[in-house]
Design a protein. Structure first.
Length: 103
């Protein structure tokens, strides 16, 4: 049987507890894609979880779970252990001012 490796992709993600806290007290602190999903009815913020409309139907994400925005903009919850085993932070390196690239 052939073996396959997952292609390296970059996703956006936020811990659901942080999302719930910001939704209650610091709305502007939420990433734009989370605010857009809420305003579009894709996520519903509950007391200790969120309800997410996914490609597979409605799912609940608990406080310790991650909300992931995939490569095609799809949203889904991910358990912390799976997230840790699958993803790592992207190192963008230092920001270099544009004027350093001018001749």
């Amino acid at each position: 049987m052939p073996t396959f490796r997952k292609k390296p992709v970059e996703i956006q993600a936020v811990v659901i507890a942080d999302l719930i806290r910001a939704a209650r007290s610091d709305w502007p602190a939420l990433p734009d894609w989370v605010r857009d999903a809420y305003e579009g009815g894709t996520i519903l913020v509950l007391r200790d979880s969120i309800e997410i409309v996914t490609l597979e139907g409605r799912m609940l994400g608990g406080r310790d779970d991650w909300l992931i925005r995939g490569v095609q903009g799809e949203l889904y919850p991910c358990k912390p252990d799976i997230f840790e085993a699958t993803y790592e932070p992207v190192d963008r390196g230092p920001v270099v001012p544009d004027e350093l690239y001018q001749d």
